[in-house]
Design a binder for this molecule. Structure first.
Ligand code: SPQ
Length: 426
């Protein structure tokens, strides 16, 4: 249980834990590479620890101490058949990317996770991998876990994805690295491109033609040093806190500002928020900067189209900011929210309404009438880390006390969240 009370002010200089998407990929690619990979700034959250556990069960030695990790890769075919089912915990990224990897391996494996994973759609990756020749089965013809995979020889495909999803794109490209010929993926809007950038850092030739990304089969990865920047999706909660609590300002150092992830910055600025990007640099193909954030009076906005994949995981906390902004905020084209750790359209609406906010769920998003004063509430994270944190931020701006039940879910992506809030709250 996490308790939050109204804050007078937020201030200081902080770092947030490492980027979750980049941390997963660093462990996976390091395990498949030839030679040693060292990772600094790794996110020791529950999801990324699940990824480490899965590769250890396939014979890869991985040393992890806090945010420092060393992976002793044995090359793509150095994995051994796991004796038991591989447990991905709560992590959609782990199961979807690993389905692509396991499809190339000459053995049998079973992937499963927790109750939330059991409800998330898998045919979006199983379908195209089957088209490549993979043998994968699961409940409801491969839609749901457990997934049983008999890997083997694959053929390259040219796949046009119906959804903008980095997990779909990554699973296909990873399988494509060991398929015959060329594999390419096109998506309706550009999703996060950490896989493409990190594959390049590991020595892979990744080609871009317009919105199509391609790889050729038969390439090998070479171990290397990876630095993981702070996760902008975690920074988003602190940015929102500053925007909502008067007189606040905060410096968040060393945050990843990959343009496929910075929709939150665009949305905050469109709402009238003051946020400066300082000290920009490029590390392992990933742009990094410090963010200077200042309390601002926010106004409602419209969030839709191309912007959605660039801030999909930040929508719960954007909805919280919108509840306090002047005027109406409309979020549309975000039906993907329904298949995250929870149905985030439903959970944002039900939990935010408890604070007295005016929020209406729609088929593909939310409509929020801002300007209502918020009152402390009894919240349930519903086992969803982003719901738990977004509602804790609402609690900083609400009168009285807010309690968050099932707050341990926050460890999935932001271990130390409560301590960080305590440190910057006056
Ligand atoms: O890993 P998981 O559980 O899917 O985590 C989430 C999150 O909120 O942390 C989504 F629920 O992030 C996804 C993100 O939404 C992480 C991710 C990635 O690392 O490739 C891509 C996005 O999902 P998708 O389905 O759009 O590819």
């Amino acid at each position: 249980m996490l308790r939050v009370t109204k804050a007078d002010k937020i201030e200081g200089t902080v770092r947030v834990p490492g980027d979750k998407s980049i941390s997963h990929r660093a462990v996976m690619f390091g395990s498949l590479a030839e030679g040693k990979t060292t990772i600094s700034g790794f996110l020791p959250g529950a999801d990324c620890l699940s990824t480490i556990d899965c590769f250890r069960r396939m014979g890869i030695t991985i040393e992890q101490q806090g945010d420092q990790v060393t992976v002793y890769g044995k090359g793509w075919y150095g994995l051994k058949e796991p004796d038991q089912r591989l447990d991905v915990g709560n992590s959609g990224t782990t199961i979807r990317l690993m389905t692509g990897i396991m499809a190339t391996q000459p053995f049998h494996s079973v992937l499963e996770g927790d109750e939330s994973i059991a409800k998330r759609p898998m045919r979006r990756v199983v379908g195209p991998l089957r088209e490549m020749g993979a043998k994968i089965d699961g409940r409801q013809n491969g839609e749901y876990t457990p997934l049983a995979i008999r890997g083997g020889k694959l053929n390259g495909i040219s796949y046009r994805s119906p959804v903008a999803s980095a997990q779909v794109k990554s699973a296909i490209l990873l399988a494509g690295l060991q398929a015959d010929g060329t594999t390419s993926v096109e998506e309706p809007h550009l999703s996060r491109d950490h896989t493409e950038r990190m594959l390049k850092a590991f020595g892979i030739d990744v080609r871009h033609e317009g919105s199509r990304v391609s790889v050729s089969g038969g390439q090998t990865l070479k171990g290397r040093d990876i630095f993981v920047p702070g996760d902008i999706s975690s920074a988003a909660f602190l940015i929102a806190a500053v925007m909502m609590v008067p007189d606040s300002s905060l410096v968040i150092e060393q945050v990843g500002i990959n343009p496929t992830r910075t929709g939150i910055i665009d949305a905050v600025q469109a709402m009238g928020g003051r946020l400066e990007i300082v000290n920009e640099r490029l590390i392992n193909e990933e742009p990094v900067a410090d963010l200077h954030v200042f309390h601002s009076e926010l106004r409602g906005t419209v969030i839709e189209g191309d912007l959605i994949p660039r801030l999909i995981d930040e929508i719960p906390v954007i909805a919280v900011m919108a509840a306090q902004a002047n005027g109406r905020t409309v979020i549309r084209d975000a039906q993907e929210l329904k298949v995250k750790e929870t149905d985030r359209i439903a959970t944002v609406a039900s939990q935010l309404a408890k604070f007295g906010a005016s929020v209406t769920p729609t088929e593909d998003g939310l409509v929020i009438e801002g300007g209502k004063s918020l009152v402390g509430a009894e919240i349930d994270s519903m086992g969803d880390h982003r719901i738990g944190m977004a509602m804790a931020i609402a609690g900083l701006a609400a009168e009285g006390e807010t309690t968050i039940a099932n707050a341990e879910a926050i460890n999935v992506s932001f271990p130390g969240f409560a301590e960080t809030l305590e440190r910057i709250t006056r």
